[in-house]
Design a protein around this ligand. Structure first.
Ligand code: HEM
Length: 115
């Protein structure tokens, strides 16, 4: 069992590192949602890739579109945010943002807030 975990880590770490290869992705540390030719390895690659990737992409599109439409002037309070110390699943531990206001359907901006 431990041997299997060891094998998985040896394979997994270089795969994730590929997403930060500056030869493939210019300025790999910069968050750029408009990157072109963005063939990242976040869902794996080839035969052992994520079965739910199409669903995850649709969910992300729906969620972020709704968020962008509702939040007015969102900005990071802590930039850069603290990241989880995981070599396999990279991402912020939490994301504190401030906004000018929140739009509800058919209503003007509500109060300013910070999370
Ligand atoms: C942002 C969301 C997601 C990310 C980043 C993600 C990422 C991954 C990664 C990296 C793998 C491993 C691929 C490999 O073996 O190299 C994987 C496998 C898998 N994922 Fe996801 N996933 C996400 C969402 C989902 C969702 C929503 C589902 C199901 C509805 C799902 C189902 C699966 C399954 C079944 C596998 C195993 C596929 C196999 O071994 O053949 N994932 N995912």
């Amino acid at each position: 069992m431990l041997e299997a975990v060891d094998q998985a880590l040896r394979v997994g770490c270089p795969t994730v590192a590929g997403n930060w290869d500056p030869a493939r992705f210019p300025e790999p540390d910069r968050f750029d949602p408009e990157r072109r030719d963005n063939q990242h390895l976040g869902f794996g690659s080839g035969i052992p890739s994520c079965f739910g990737a199409p669903l995850a992409r649709i969910e992300a599109q729906v969620a972020f579109t709704a968020l962008v439409q509702r939040l007015s002037q969102p900005r990071l309070v802590v930039d850069p945010p603290p990241y989880r110390p995981s070599p396999l699943l990279r991402g912020p531990e939490h994301l504190v943002i401030a906004v000018e206001g929140i739009r509800t359907r058919g209503e003007p901006l509500a109060h300013a807030a910070q999370w």
